[in-house]
Design a protein around this ligand. Structure first.
Ligand code: HEM
Length: 310
C-alpha cells in the first residue's frame, strides 16, 4: 500500500505544500531499502557523472545535508542506524547493510566520496541542492530515480528554468512555489506529494529512457482495457521535502519515490473515487504532459467499474 495518496476529489491547482510536522522525517526507510540502495549504488558505479554532479563550491551545503540526514536517520530508525558524535569525530553504523564509517565532520578527505554522494547511498531519497542566492539554481545532486528528467537536463538552471517544460497553466503556481522556497526558515521543512500513472515500475526513469518509454507506451496503450489495466499501470508518488540548510543557506530537495499497481490501490470505493475525481478534472494539457492521455479511457473505465461493483 502506498504511504501517501495525494488524490483529492478534484485536481489540485495549488502547490499542495504543508509544513513537515515534528514527528515526520526527511528520511523514510521502508521494506524496499536494501533493494533500492543496491540499485542506486549500481547506477552510480555504472555511470557516475549521469547520476551525481556537484559544483565545487557546494561542499558546505553537502556537509549540511549529510549532518542533517544522518542525525535524523539514526534518531528515527535506531534499528537500522547508529550515529556517535565526539566533537567533529563521527561514527556511523548502518546495521541493515553491516557497514560503518568513521570520519571528521567537515573534512572531505576523511570520506571515500563527496559528502552528498556518500550520504545519498545511505538513504532511499534522491537528494538535490539548490543555491542560496535567491534563484534556487540546481548546484548539486545525486539523482537516481527521477521521473523523466536528469541532472544533465537541469544542472545550473534556476527553479523557474527547471520548470519551463511544465504546462503553461502551472507557471503562476511555480512563481508562488519559488517565493515559498525562498522564505523557508532553517529547521522548518515543508513537503508535498506529486502523482503520476506509469506503464512500468522502473525506478530510474531518467531522460535516457524517455524515448524508450514513449515507444513502449505507444505499443501498450491501445491494448489496455478496463479489465486489464489494473495490473499493468503503476501509480507513482513522489514524497518531496524542501529544507533550508542551516550553515550554507542552500535548499535541500529530497525525493522519495513510492509505487504500487493501480489494482492494489483501488481496493476501496473512496480511493477509486478520489482518483477518478482527480483524473476527470485534470486539465487536458496536464494529462498530455504526464503521458496519461494514451490510456486515459481504460483508466477511467477501470475506476468506474470498481466504484460500480462496490
Ligand atoms: C513547492 C515546490 C514545487 C512545486 C509546487 C513543484 C511543482 C511542479 C509541477 C506542478 C510540475 C509539473 C508536473 C507535475 O505536476 O508532476 C513539476 C515538474 C517538475 N519539477 Fe517541480 N515543483 C516544486 C519543486 C521542485 C524543485 C525544488 C525541483 C528541483 C529540481 C523540481 C523539479 C521538477 C522537475 C525536474 C520537473 C519536470 C520538469 C520537466 O518536464 O522537465 N521541482 N513541478
Amino acid at each position: 500500500m502506498l504511504p501517501y495518496f495525494p488524490f483529492g476529489n478534484e485536481f489540485d491547482h495549488r502547490m499542495g505544500t504543508a509544513p513537515l510536522q515534528a514527528h515526520e522525517s526527511l528520511v523514510e526507510v521502508d521494506g524496499d531499502y536494501g533493494h533500492e540502495i543496491a540499485h542506486k549504488r549500481e547506477l552510480l558505479s555504472r555511470d557516475h557523472r549521469y547520476y551525481f554532479q556537484a559544483q565545487p563550491d557546494t561542499e558546505l551545503a553537502q556537509w549540511d545535508v549529510l549532518g542533517r540526514l544522518l542525525t535524523e536517520a539514526a534518531e528515527r530508525y535506531p534499528n537500522y542506524f547508529s550515529l556517535t558524535k565526539s566533537g567533529d569525530k563521527w561514527h556511523w553504523q548502518n546495521h541493515q547493510l553491516a557497514e560503518e564509517q568513521q570520519f571528521t565532520f567537515g573534512d572531505a578527505v576523511t570520506l571515500p566520496l563527496a559528502p552528498l554522494d556518500w550520504v545519498g547511498r545511505q538513504v532511499q531519497e534522491d537528494l538535490v541542492i539548490l543555491s542560496a542566492d535567491g534563484t534556487a539554481t540546481l548546484v548539486a545532486g545525486q539523482l537516481c530515480f527521477p521521473n523523466g528528467w536528469c541532472l544533465d537536463d537541469k544542472f545550473g538552471k534556476t527553479f523557474m528554468g527547471i520548470h519551463r517544460p511544465a504546462p503553461a497553466m502551472v507557471q503562476p503556481t511555480m512563481q508562488a512555489a519559488h517565493k515559498l522556497l525562498e522564505r523557508i526558515p532553517a529547521h522548518r521543512p515543508i513537503w508535498r506529494a506529486s502523482w503520476n500513472f506509469k506503464i512500468t515500475n522502473q525506478l530510474d526513469l531518467s531522460t535516457q529512457y524517455s524515448a524508450g518509454y514513449n515507444d513502449d507506451l505507444a505499443q501498450l496503450a491501445p491494448t489496455l482495457t478496463p479489465a486489464t489495466i489494473g495490473d499493468q499501470i503503476f501509480i507513482r508518488i513522489e514524497r518531496q521535502t524542501f529544507t533550508r540548510l542551516p550553515r550554507s543557506g542552500a535548499i535541500l530537495f529530497g525525493i522519495h519515490t513510492y509505487q504500487n499497481t493501480l489494482a492494489s490501490e483501488a481496493t476501496n470505493t473512496s480511493k477509486a473515487q478520489r482518483m477518478l475525481g482527480t483524473l476527470r478534472t485534470t486539465p487536458r494539457e496536464m494529462l498530455d504532459y504526464k503521458a496519461i492521455a494514451p490510456f486515459e479511457d481504460a483508466l477511467i473505465g477501470f475506476l468506474e467499474e470498481k466504484i460500480a461493483s462496490h
